[in-house]
Design a protein around this ligand. Structure first.
Ligand code: CP
Ligand code: NVA
Length: 303
């Protein structure tokens, strides 16, 4: 494993498997009431430039389970707001804490923070990627289906941060992925370039949601307007008409298809209330697994 977890493009298939196996082990230990084999007293700094429920709470609880401590910071109430250089924030925090998790806009900021930190840096979401989310999703699919290799995943909607990471995570885990986005809302070119190199797995980018959903084992979606895109919400609602995960779409997928949503959801937009509630068990297993995966990542990076 590298020092940092910045994007799934940086991980090998073996790294991904190691994180999933470690997270499974920590989850089983926790459920059995066993103590984790991890040195006590580590500290995580969590920096947020965007809102969060799952990421903040799962990292913080994860540190409690690992007998450590997490510090919640926002860019707006730290000196970052007043323009302190990222490199200086990195060099300062490296003298105090054992790991940094950051949620922000620009992927370059996270890369810069990591380049100037002597401690591991974890990407807790940028406009480009959401690696921790997809690791939790892979963990959830593997728990439900018993395997990843050979499954077909469908992504429906915006080619956003979650879609970017999902494409990379699936193709590095032996899964086929079919992505349906309206024109102009495709995943990032860097991800499409990576997908074009996939040899053993099938990648498909289409505009027709019905094509993407056909015979899928797992259907994924996410909000149509991500954090930072609130001003585009109306235009996006129009562009994404017909991209709702609903009964019609589910009828095209395999009869035992799972549904995954990173949350928060806008029910009635990207997913119908009915499909959401019918698949709530899987969706909240996914939310729970954020905790176990966060712990797996921190265990491997900080141990
Ligand atoms: N899925 C996810 O990252 O949720 P939060 O925005 O609540 O952290
Ligand atoms: N794509 C969403 C994911 C939130 C967890 C966003 O970036 O707002």
């Amino acid at each position: 494993m590298k020092k940092d977890l910045l994007k799934l493009l940086d991980l090998t298939p073996e790294d991904i498997k190691l994180i999933l196996d470690t997270s499974d082990k920590l989850k089983a230990e926790k459920k059995a009431g066993k103590k984790h084999d991890f040195p006590a007293g580590k500290t995580l700094a969590m920096i947020f430039a965007k809102n969060s429920t799952r990421t903040r709470v799962s990292f913080e609880v994860g540190m409690t389970h690992l007998d450590g401590h997490a510090i919640f910071m926002t860019t707006s109430d730290s000196q970052m707001k007043r323009g302190e250089a990222i490199a200086d924030t990195a060099r300062t925090l490296s003298r105090y804490v054992d790991c940094i998790m950051i949620r922000t806009f620009d992927q370059d900021e996270v890369e810069e923070l990591a380049a100037h930190s002597t401690i591991p840096v974890i990407n807790g979401l940028t406009d480009f990627a959401h690696p921790c989310q997809i690791l939790a999703d892979l963990m959830t699919i593997r728990e439900h289906k018993g395997k990843l290799e050979g499954l077909k995943v469908c992504w429906m909607g915006d080619g956003n941060n979650v879609a970017n990471s999902l494409i990379v995570g699936c193709l590095k885990s032996g899964m086929d992925i079919s992505v349906a986005c309206p024109e102009g809302y495709e995943p990032d070119q860097e991800v499409l370039d990576f997908a074009a190199t996939a040899k053993d797995c099938k990648f498909e980018l289409v505009t027709d949601p019905k094509v993407a959903a056909k015979d899928a084992d797992v259907i994924f979606t996410d909000v149509w307007a991500s954090m930072g895109q609130e001003g585009e919400a109306k235009a996006r609602e129009k562009a994404f008409e017909g991209y709702q995960v609903n009964d019609e779409i589910m009828a095209l997928a395999k009869p035992d298809a799972m549904v995954q949503h990173c949350l928060p959801a806008h029910k009635g937009e990207e997913i119908s209330e009915k499909v959401f509630e019918e698949h709530a068990q899987e969706i909240f297993d996914e939310a729970e697994n954020r905790l176990h995966v966060q712990k797996g990542i921190m265990y491997l990076l900080m141990k």
